[in-house]
Design a protein around this ligand. Structure first.
Ligand code: SF4
Length: 348
């Protein structure tokens, strides 16, 4: 059981982040926000696969204005991602956005931040101070590490927001380098009591990016650090959401959809277990309930794993034993494996 760091919860629209709330999964759209229909479609697709908050890029005033319609046609809170121009944050707030993400390295004038913070406070809209290692302001002390610089920048920004009587704050300290990211979050975790948004920035294509994210985010979550996560992948954002849930499920922090246990196969396998596992995995994508399914290649570990799952198959030569909740319910021929497992899953 992971003991989570205590922090003050905030609300992003209808979603609570921090406190005792479940760790929230978020993603970011990859559409042009000005293309309202494409953005609405992508947000609705993300919501359908479990995304709880969607962030949209706000490159100009037209994108900020689009938030108004996007919100009416979607069901999850929307966060405006604003860089460089504080007027885009003000316009997004007017359009009804549920949260703002500002990068302290990109809006440096305190007066501009002040204006945004006042408008956010009026509407009770939270702000994420999103520090990125790649866009830190110039540092006068060259000896200081990147993670220390990230923490210092975030602390300065928090101080500024607090001085304006604003505490609806969430913080992220993202770097591509996993160790730098971990060091930064560990350092800030005990210094502030605001929720932390975790991520490894620019993590890459799905294979490497999922591993980097799982290692970086996973280590921090295991230490109780983190209240919301976003996996950043060069892929459709639904992959980000799926990977985020795999990380949370792996640490038993959330239940979400099915979990497939499959053996790697080896010289003892009597059937094409990889092909069977891939076919079962494809079928599971339509299933929402949190069930465990085991696909095992032989009698060595097969019955044990299959027994532990809600539905399992332990394959043998030309036949396989189907398990339901720990009991063998049938023995079937190889040609019926896929169809029978799917029927069992649907009936479960
Ligand atoms: Fe090999 Fe059997 Fe283990 Fe699968 S369950 S990896 S086939 S020994």
């Amino acid at each position: 059981m992971i003991a989570r760091r205590q922090c003050k919860p905030i609300r992003v629209g209808k979603v609570t982040v921090g406190g005792n709330a479940p760790i929230v999964v978020q993603s970011m759209t990859k559409t042009d926000t000005r293309d309202v229909q494409a953005t609405v479609d992508q947000i609705n697709e993300l919501a359908d696969c479990g995304c709880e908050i969607a962030r949209v890029a706000i490159p100009d005033l037209e994108a900020a204005q689009a938030i108004s319609t996007i919100r009416k046609k979607t069901s999850i809170p929307i966060i405006a991602d604003v860089h460089f121009d504080y007027r885009l944050a003000l316009k997004s707030l007017k359009a009804g956005v549920d949260g703002l993400r500002l990068n302290p390295g990109n809006i440096s004038e305190p007066e501009q931040i002040t204006e945004v913070v006042k408008a956010a406070r009026q509407r009770q809209v939270p702000i994420r101070i999103g520090v990125n290692a790649g866009s830190l302001p110039p540092e006068s002390k060259p000896s200081i590490s990147t993670s220390e610089r990230m923490v210092n920048v975030a602390l300065e920004q928090i101080k500024l927001l607090e001085s304006l009587d604003f505490d609806l704050i969430k913080v992220s300290l993202k770097a591509f380098d996993v160790l730098t990211t971990i060091e930064a979050y560990r350092a800030i975790a005990s210094k502030i009591s605001y929720p932390l948004h975790l991520g490894i920035t620019e993590a890459g294509l799905p294979r490497a990016g999922s591993v980097r994210s799982a290692v970086g985010i996973g280590i921090l979550l295991y230490e109780g650090i983190g209240d919301t996560i976003r996996v950043s992948l060069s892929a459709h954002p639904r992959e980000e959401v799926n990977t985020a849930y795999e990380i949370l499920k792996t640490l038993s922090l959330r239940q979400h959809g099915p979990t497939l246990i499959s053996c790697p196969s080896c010289g003892r396998a009597e059937v094409d277990i990889i092909n069977l596992a891939e076919s079962v995995d494809r079928s599971l994508r339509e299933i929402k309930k949190p069930i465990k399914v085991a696909v095992m290649g032989c009698v060595v570990n097969g019955p044990g794993e299959a027994k532990e799952a809600d539905v399992g198959i332990a394959c043998g030569k030309n036949k396989g034993a189907i398990f339901r909740k720990g009991k063998v319910v049938s023995t079937i021929a190889e040609k019926d494996f896929l169809e029978t497992i799917i029927a069992e899953i649907k009936a479960c």
